[in-house]
Structures are given as C-alpha cells and as structure tokens.
Design a protein around this ligand. Structure first.
Ligand code: ATR
Length: 280
C-alpha cells in the first residue's frame, strides 16, 4: 500500500490528488493520495512529527513549505540541493529524502510534446522569462540535461544573476533585461514564461510582447489558469508552437510517483483530461 500526501496551504483545489489517483489506477498499485493542509499559524514540526509516526510512503510539499521542510529531512537529492527547495519527499526505510521534481518535470513535458528537441538540445537557444522559484528549477533542469544556451530575462536583474550562478555545466547564459529580451526575441527557439504575469486575464498583461517571435519557435507558459494565457494566444497568432502550463503538473507528478513507487507510469491522455477539468 502506498500512502501518499500533499502538504501545503491552501491546497483544497489542488489537482495533484486527481493526477496521482490516475497513476495509482494505471499502475494497479494499491494506495491513496490525500491532502494534508497545514495552516500558516500551525506548527509545521508538530504536523511533520505526526506524519513521521504515520509511516507514510512519501509526500509532496508545496507553498509555503518548499524551503521550510528542508531542516526536517535526513537527506537531500542533488537537484533539490542546487535549487534550494523540495517538492517531493520519499520515505526510504524511515529516512526522509527530499527531491525537487518541478524543473525536471517541466523538461519532460517540453520534450514529450516536442520530440525532436531532445536530439537538438545542444544547438537550441532557450530564453527563460522570470527568476522566481519555478524559473530556478527549470533553468537547473535544462542545463543539467544538456541544453547549452539558456538565457534568463527578469524585471529584477539580481535574481536572474543568482540563478545563472547555479550553472556548473558549461552552458552559456546571458542575463537580460525584459527590454533586451523583447528586442532579441527572434533568435530564440524555446521561450519559457515562468512569471505570475498572465494569471489574471482581466488585467490582460503579457510579460513581453511577442510580435517578433520566430515562426515555429516553441513558446511555453507555466501559468495554467487560465489554461491559455494571453502570452500563448499571441504566440500562436505569430506562428509559434505552444506548450500549455498544465502539462508541467502532470510530468512533475509522474517523476514524483516514480520516486515513491519505482514504477514507470504513462501520462497518455492526461493532458486533455486535465484541460477539461480546468475548463470546468
Ligand atoms: P515562483 O516561485 O512561483 O516562480 P516568485 O518567486 O514569486 O514565483 O517569482 C515571480 C516572478 O515573476 C519573478 O521573476 C518576478 O520578477 P521580479 O524578480 O522582478 O520580482 C516576476 N514578476 C511578477 N510580477 C511581475 C510583473 N508585474 N512584471 C514583471 N515581472 C513580474
């Protein structure tokens, strides 16, 4: 039996229970994946003590605890260590091991939608927009996977510089202003929008304009509510190929499920099903 949880706050509307239920069914494994909200005024250490006593197989951990969990872990995977945040904990014979599957999950979603990319990654030019936690994970996963040219543009330069310093792979990274990214957008093959701009469609904002985007470039937005952001709509209009944000959710979960159970699980058909759920 796999007893799995999601820890965070607020998480009542999380899609992870649905995704992991699908995985349990697809692998014929017995188990459960339930939510465990820890309100902001509660004691994290008390809740974690209870979890430890419950001998669960593992859990996901999300906002606002992705960093706060770290002192309670026995070991940290190298990816989580570099990123400085944990979203998945595996109980290995009573030891809690922390992983971060967000960045690698994103790269899985990208390469499973655009199959040629994984062969071409050495020559592909990537631009990441934003320099928050999500950008950090995605940047790390891309350079670790062998992408050799990954630039970062952000409103605040210092945060982008801090991410670029993570790189120990020899990949080339230029840190840019958003204005500079706008001017040079046509040279990128893959553009990844990781900021929260676009989450509020009523404001109708885009992090940068896309009218000079290269035809056939891949434009991706990790925002998934709304399912198709203005950024993606504009990208389509200008002849780009697009990747929706909800696919990242599925693949970061797939990687976490593999860590807990040791089983490969297919994601076939799940992006469409999740899109339907998100569209109500
Ligand atoms: P997460 O951890 O979910 O990735 P975050 O750490 O809050 O989110 O990061 C938010 C990102 O969105 C940052 O890159 C932020 O830019 P700054 O580093 O300059 O703050 C970016 N962002 C948010 N609102 C923005 C806005 N109105 N214009 C430009 N960038 C914005």
């Amino acid at each position: 039996m796999y007893h799995l949880r999601l820890i965070g706050y607020p998480i009542k509307h999380s899609l992870s229970p649905w995704i992991h239920q699908q995985f349990l069914e697809r692998t014929n494994l017995k188990g459960s994946y339930t939510i465990h909200e820890i309100p902001l005024d509660a004691s994290l250490s008390e809740h974690l003590k209870q979890l430890k006593a419950a001998h669960i197989s593992g859990f996901n951990i999300t906002v606002p605890y992705k960093q706060k969990i770290m002192p309670y872990l026995d070991k940290l995977d190298s990816e989580a260590k570099r990123i400085g945040a944990v979203n998945t904990v595996v109980n290995h014979n009573g030891e809690w091991i922390g992983y971060n599957t967000d960045g690698s999950g994103y790269v899985r979603s990208l390469e499973s939608e655009f199959l040629d990319l994984s062969d071409e990654r050495q020559g592909v030019r990537v631009l990441i927009l934003g320099a928050g936690g999500a950008a950090r994970g995605i940047y790390d996963a891309l350079v670790q996977r062998g992408y050799r040219s990954v630039d970062i543009a952000n409103r605040t330069r210092e945060s982008a510089d801090a991410i670029a310093k993570l790189n120990q792979t020899g990949a080339k990274t230029v840190v840019k202003s958003l204005t500079d990214a706008t001017k040079t957008i046509s040279k990128y093959d893959v553009i990844i929008q990781t900021t929260s701009v676009g989450m509020r469609p009523e404001i109708d904002q885009m992090i940068i304009p896309l009218h000079k985007v290269k035809k056939g470039a891949i434009v991706s937005d990790i925002v998934y509510q709304p399912i198709e952001t203005k950024f993606l709509k504009e990208a389509k209009k200008h002849g780009a190929q697009i990747l929706h944000g909800h696919t990242m959710l599925i693949f970061q979960a797939q990687y976490a499920f593999e860590l807990w159970t040791g089983q490969k699980v297919s994601t076939a058909g799940m992006a469409d099903a999740l899109k339907n759920i998100l569209e109500g």
